[in-house]
Each structure stands twice: as C-alpha cells, then as structure tokens.
Design a protein around this ligand. Structure first.
Ligand code: ADP
Ligand code: ZN
Length: 429
C-alpha cells in the first residue's frame, strides 16, 4: 500500500504538476524527437506549469514509436539503462521500453500495489503464468511480488501439466496469467480428474487481453476465486498501469506515475470524465523512455466517484476494446468483448470462440464460431440449430448486427498460452 493512492485531489494535482514540469524539461533537453514535436506545436517548456497544461503538448502514437525504433526515444545515456522489453510486434515492428533503475523501481512499486489491491500479502504464493522474456507480463508481476515480499513461482506461460502439478504441490494462492489461459488451465485440470475449485487459489490477476464480466464470472466459478482485471502496455511500463481493488468497480490508475486523459479518437479533443473514448497516457516519472501523451488505442472512460476502498485515484472502466480491434460490420461498430458478453450468457457453450470476418459482394459477413459443451455435442442436430438461431437473435438485439453463429465441436478452437486470438479478418488477406 502506498500513501500516493490516498492523496487528496489537490495534493495529487500538485504532485502531478511538479512531475510533468520536470518531465517536459527533460524531454526538451534530451530527446530531439520531442523537442522537434514541441517546436512544431509551437509550445515550449515554459508554457507547461500545471498538469492542466498537458493538452498543449503533442500526442505520441505507435507509429511514432516504430519510426524511432529501436532507441530513438531514449532520454538518458544507454549506460543508465538496466533492462529492455518489447511488445510482441504482431502488428508491425515491436515497440521498445528501456528501463533505468528508477523505472524498474516504479514498476515494482505499481505492480506491488496491484497485487495488494486485490488482497495479496507477503504470505501469498504467486504462480506467475504470464510469459517471461521480452513480453512485460512475466517480469512485471515478478517485480511486484518482490516488492510486497510475496513468494513468486516464475513458471512462465505454458507447460500446462506442470502448472497443475505446481498448483497442487505448492498450494499457490494467487494465479496470474491471461484470462483465456486461466480457463484453459481449468479445463486441463478437469481432464486430469482434478476439480479446479479444490486448489488453494484465493484470487487471480488477469489481463493483457480483452475479456468481459461474463468471462470473469466463469473464471471465478471455475476456481472459486476472485478474478481481478489488470491493465498495462509495453509503451507505458507493462502491467501495473491500472488494476482493480476488491470492489471490482473499475481499475485504479496509478496516476501519480501515469497521467490519463480520454480523447475523441477522431478529433483528438479531450473529453470530460465519464465519456467513452481513447485512453491517452503520459508517464510523468519514468526516466529511460518516458512518453508524452501516448495514444493507447484502448477504449474506456474515467470514473471519479469515490471508491468504497478509500483510494482516491481515478479509475478506468474495463476496456471496451481497442480502436484497431473494432470491427465495422456493415457500418456498425462492434468490439469482440460485446459479443463475448452475449455468448457467455448461454449455458452449454464454452468460453472459447473466434470471430471470422469476410467480405462477399462488397458486404461484410461476420461468423461467430463457438465451442459447445460435450453434453450438447451429443444432442440432436435440430437442437443445435435452435440454439444457434437463439444466439443470433440475442446478438442482433444487443448489437444490432446479423452474425452467423456456428457451434463447433468441443476443443476445436485453438488454445493460447498467452493472448488468445479472437478475430480472424479475412478481408485483409
Ligand atoms: P502487444 O499486444 O501490442 O504486443 P502489449 O503486450 O504491451 O503489446 O499489449 C498491450 C495491450 O494489451 C493494451 O494496449 C490492451 O489493448 C491490451 N490489454 C492489456 N491489458 C488488458 C486488459 N486488462 N483488458 C483488455 N485489454 C488489455
Ligand atoms: Zn477501490
């Protein structure tokens, strides 16, 4: 726990302002990229005195980061860098985060807060099934576990049989992995004749990919645990940007380090609290590769009401999706998480699905493939068709689009040890 999470709004604003002023001075002095951007925007460090002046500064985008790949945003000599991480780079060149000692300490601190928010203490045994390596998930949780002096089991992702053995042998109390992998673990446990609810797990922190309230309910039921949402991205620090407390009512943003804004993704205009838009983050304390007004492409809104847990930090709603994950089906904007929310209302289907988008005669077609339970699989074809039509009806009434729903045999949708692949867009091929 840190007192920074409980500051009065005035004290927090003063802290954020002071940190922003120092950040801008550093960037202007040491990073040519930012100096040029500020010149182009007609703004100088002297114009930035309060956190409210932030809107005068230019945005940074993922494309900018790719253009300066690998280390064009470095704000300190390379000798001060102690660790480098990179995003998976599935949508282009990877983006890099280079950490100084200061940055690694911040990472440990915010991830420590994250784990504590859900109730973890030094007495907990954290089975960390996020991937270790260049991906930030594994080491982010690892440093957080050290920060709160918990026991961390650095098993990394995959190796499912071993995960199950360790859950049993060591009595792990906390599970950290992607939400989709946690359900895969539960399924694998059952196949071995184990009840996932019989493990000693008390809670889990799940993130790195989109998921829904319905999926949370599945995970909580399967393991008999509390499942918390945790958010982060490589460009900012990795996991630890924001996470849920026991209230499970939005993720507290560690805004003494990561200052959030919400903008209209089309116009760049800053939106008032409560309005949904693209999350923009400024890292006000990082020193290695600090980022000014980074456009995350993630869609959410900010919640300022007082949280029952007592923390005063602003919260962000569970993500609705990312601007680049949004499907436009015949003019209607659809996020995979909205479809997931509908699918998981049905019994007899599994939380394993894929969305396949295709274009025929200039029209977009969406097919939703979802696994049925073994039970349903042995049912009559007529029944299956009825259920398919029913799900189609629910999708149509919830989202206003027609999707073709196809129930597929159990275990035919590929499982992932990291981030699940939910969308197959054949329109790009
Ligand atoms: P990449 O996926 O581009 O390789 P990252 O591993 O840094 O890079 O992924 C960060 C992205 O993952 C975020 O911008 C967001 O879209 C997604 N993400 C992270 N945490 C969550 C979460 N709790 N809910 C939904 N999406 C998340
Ligand atoms: Zn709270």
């Amino acid at each position: 726990m840190s007192e920074q999470e409980y500051l009065s709004r005035d004290a927090l604003r003063a802290l954020q302002s002071e940190r922003l002023v120092r950040l801008v001075a550093r960037l202007y002095q040491h990073v040519p990229f930012y100096r040029e951007r500020m010149h182009a925007a007609g703004v100088s460090p002297a114009d930035i005195r309060w956190i409210e002046d932030l809107h005068k500064l230019p945005f940074t985008t993922k494309d900018d980061m790719r253009q300066v790949y690998p280390l064009g945003l470095l704000a300190v000599p390379l000798t001060e860098i102690e660790e480098i991480h990179a995003s998976s780079g599935t949508t282009g060149k990877p983006v890099i985060d280079a950490y100084t000692r200061n940055d690694l300490d911040i990472w440990g601190e915010v991830m420590g807060r994250t784990l504590e928010m859900g109730g973890a203490t030094s007495a907990d045994i954290i089975q960390n099934a996020y991937g270790y390596g260049l991906f930030t998930g594994g080491l982010g949780v690892h440093y957080g576990a050290h920060n709160i002096h918990a026991t961390v089991i650095p098993i990394s992702g995959g190796n499912t049989k071993r995960q199950l053995a360790i859950l049993q042998d060591f009595g792990s109390t906390v599970l950290t992995c992607t939400p989709s992998y946690s359900l895969y673990l539960a399924e694998a446990a059952r196949e071995e004749g184990l009840d996932p609810a019989s493990f000693k797990l008390k809670y889990g922190y799940f993130g790195a990919e989109p998921w829904s309230e319905a999926m949370r309910a599945e995970i909580e039921k399967n393991f008999g645990i509390k499942a918390y949402d945790i958010y982060g991205l490589t460009e900012i620090i990795g996991p630890g940007v924001a996470s849920e407390c026991v209230e499970q009512a939005g993720m507290h943003i560690n805004e003494d380090h990561f200052y959030p804004e919400i903008i209209n993704p089309e116009t760049g205009e800053v939106l008032p609290d409560g309005e949904k838009g693209e999350l923009v983050i400024t890292t006000i304390t990082k020193t290695g590769t600090p980022i000014l007004r980074y456009r995350t492409r993630d869609i959410t809104f900010l919640i300022r009401d007082k949280c029952a847990c007592g923390r005063t930090t602003v919260r962000m709603h569970r993500l609705f999706g990312r601007t680049d994950d949004m499907l436009i089906i015949r003019g209607v904007n659809v996020f995979p998480s909205q479809i997931e929310e509908v699918l998981l209302r049905f019994e007899k289907i599994e939380p394993h699905y894929q969305l396949i988008v295709d274009r025929k005669d200039h029209l977009d077609n969406l097919e939703v493939q979802i696994e049925m339970t073994q039970d349903l699989f042995s049912d009559e074809v007529r029944n299956l068709e009825q259920i398919e039509r029913k799900i189609e009806g629910e999708i149509a009434s919830a989202l206003g689009i027609h999707a073709r729903v196809r129930l597929v045999e159990p275990k035919t949708i590929p499982r992932s040890e990291g981030k699940a692949v939910r969308i197959i867009d054949k329109r790009k091929i």
